[in-house]
Each structure stands twice: as C-alpha cells, then as structure tokens.
Design a protein around this ligand. Structure first.
Ligand code: PBG
Length: 328
C-alpha cells in the first residue's frame, strides 16, 4: 500500500474549509442584466426561446430596473426593439427612439443605484438587420457605419447612458465613438468594447428577442470562432483606441480567449453569457436533465474563474438573490 504525501483533499473536507479555500467567488455587484425594451408594448411579452426573459414595456422595465437595484447587481444593459426599421437605422439616433427613451426613463428611475448602459449597434434598427449601413453592392460599409455610431453615441450619452456597449465589430469603432463623445462634452461617458465578439450560433435566441430581420450572417465583421490570437489582437486594438473596458462574447465557449485577454489587459475585462448559453441550461433544466441552480452558478463562476471581472448574464438578478441568501 502506498501512502500519498500530497493530500489536496484536505482542504475539501468541510464546507467551511472549502469556502475559505475558494479561489473565485461571485458577488452581485459584478453582474449585469441585459434588458429588452419594446416600443409600443403595454405589457411584458415573453420570448419563446428564452423562458423567463421578456421584452419589456417601459413600465415593466422601470420595475425590472428597480428590482435589479434592490438585488444589488452592478448594472443593466439596454436593448431597444423598435416598431419601424429602415436602411440606416434612424431609430437608433432619434432622441424619441425606443432605446433613448428607455434610457432616460430608467436613469430617472434608478439614479445612481446601478449603472444604466446601452447597446451601441444598428442591427435592431435596420430593416436589413445588419450591424451597419450597407454600401451599394450590399456589403456592410465600415467607415460609413462609424459615422452612424458617432451619432448614436451622442444620442445615447445625451439620454444618460453611462457606458456604451459597442457591439457592432466595425474596425475603428472605439476611436470614432471616443472622439465623438469628447467633442460633444461627454468625456465621462465610458466605452465598453465588445472586442472579441465571435460570429456565434449562440446568439440564436437573441435574434428572437429583438425580432431580428437579418438574412445571412455577420461573418464579414464578427470573428471566426476558430481564431484565438485574433481575439486578443482585437482587444489590444480597442485598448489602444481608448476603450475603458474590453469584452469577450460569447463567454462559455470562449474561455480560452477570455483568459488570454485577461492576462494581457490593463483595463477591466468583461464577458457576455449570451442568449444561447442561457437557453441551453434552461432547456436542459426544464427537462430535469441538470440541476438548474447549480448549472447556472457553475457556468457564471467558470466565466469569472477564466478572468472576467464582470459578467453580463440573463440570470443576474436571480443569481444575485441566491448569492445574498447563501451569505445570510
Ligand atoms: C448586437 C448584439 C447581439 C447580441 C448582443 N448585441 C446580436 C448579434 O450580434 O447577432 C447577442 C446577445 C445574446 O445572444 O444574448 N446588437
């Protein structure tokens, strides 16, 4: 019989020891809840592929953001679902467009209790569903899109958004938006760069959530899922362009990219646990195939362990409640 000299199991013997020896823990303050606000809705509408998530009316969004603040989470990320879409995504820059209206309403509702942030991308507002404007040949026109993003940034900052989530994957978008913000007196509005955003099948349910009109895909601007080094390069470029925070998205299937970016970044690194990641766990749990609460906690913990300082997750409020209950 051999007797092991090293016994890592020692620190796993009791719940108290396991808790003390834990390398990573979750806290409500580092969770961000994505919220969909639908123009003209008089009550919340369920999203079929995301059970438990809704398209909010302005009123239900006010309640949701108040609940989010009481749960102690760090912030919300707003997405607008407009009734009318056009080629250039006019609704995105219209002060009366749903996203800007919702931003003003929610900032007024919660004040400083949490951070109200906005998605800065044209896809919800364009009739073709792409993240930018199209050139005559039908391709997404990078530089013409930058001008739209600049206008969108000023509209969102004017509406009171504290952090702009640049999710369109256009080259040069961080520098362009930073310049527009500074030129218009919004030096203190932060830029969250969705730096390493992959062309992912895991956005499927989100396209339901915003009733996306996209035909085709986003592979000419979002990253190839096989490219790890390129994800790090995108993050480096965004840091150099003046981003305040960089992000990796999706999270669960890209933990290697997340760890690489966390290792090189000297600014905060966030990750987005996207709609498909949510839907998969919900579906398996609904079938009784996995323990829902444990799977949710483990999935978000793993994203933190890989290097995310904060996590966007549709479970933010529920998870925050569990964390608070576990501490009590
Ligand atoms: C673009 C955007 C998308 C998501 C967040 N911002 C969709 C896309 O790029 O197709 C996906 C989020 C999710 O799946 O939860 N505005």
């Amino acid at each position: 019989m051999t007797t092991p000299y090293f016994r890592p199991r020692r620190l796993r013997t009791t719940p108290a020891l396991r808790r003390l020896a834990s390398e990573t823990r979750l806290h409500p303050a580092e969770l961000v809840l994505p919220l969909f606000v639908r123009e003209g809705a008089s009550e919340p509408m369920p999203i079929q592929s995301m059970p438990g998530v809704v398209q909010h009316s302005l009123d239900s969004a006010r309640r949701a953001v108040t609940d989010a603040a009481s749960a102690g989470i760090g912030g919300v990320m707003l997405f607008g679902v407009p009734t009318v879409r056009d080629a250039i995504g006019s609704g995105a820059t219209d002060p009366d467009g749903i996203l800007n209206v919702a931003t003003r309403a929610l900032v007024e509702e919660v004040g400083d209790a949490l951070v109200v942030q906005t998605d800065l991308c044209l896809d919800e507002f364009t009739d073709h569903g792409h993240c930018g404007v199209l050139a005559a040949d039908g391709r997404v026109d990078n530089d013409a899109t930058l001008m739209r993003y600049q206008e969108m940034a000023v509209a969102q900052a004017s509406a009171g958004s504290a952090v702009l989530g640049l999710s369109g994957m256009m080259d040069g978008q961080v520098a362009a938006v930073r310049e527009a913000l500074d030129d218009n007196g919004f030096e203190d509005t932060s830029v969250l760069a969705y730096s390493a955003k992959y062309a992912s099948a895991f956005y499927g349910p989100f396209r339901d959530a915003v009733q996306s009109t996209l035909e085709g895909d986003r592979r000419t601007y979002q990253l190839n899922p096989g490219n790890r080094r390129e994800g790090v390069r995108e993050a480096q470029l965004d840091i150099d362009e003046g981003a305040d925070i960089v992000m990796v998205k999706p999270a669960g299937s890209y933990l290697d990219v997340l760890a690489d970016v966390a290792a090189m970044s000297d600014i905060p690194v966030w990750a987005y646990q996207v709609s498909g990641e949510y839907a998969m766990i919900e579906a398996a749990a609904a079938n009784g195939w996995i323990d829902r609460r444990r799977a949710v906690e483990e999935s978000v913990l793993s994203i933190r362990r890989a290097g995310a300082d904060a996590v966007l997750t549709y479970w933010a409020v529920e998870l925050a409640a569990w964390l608070t209950e576990e501490r009590a």
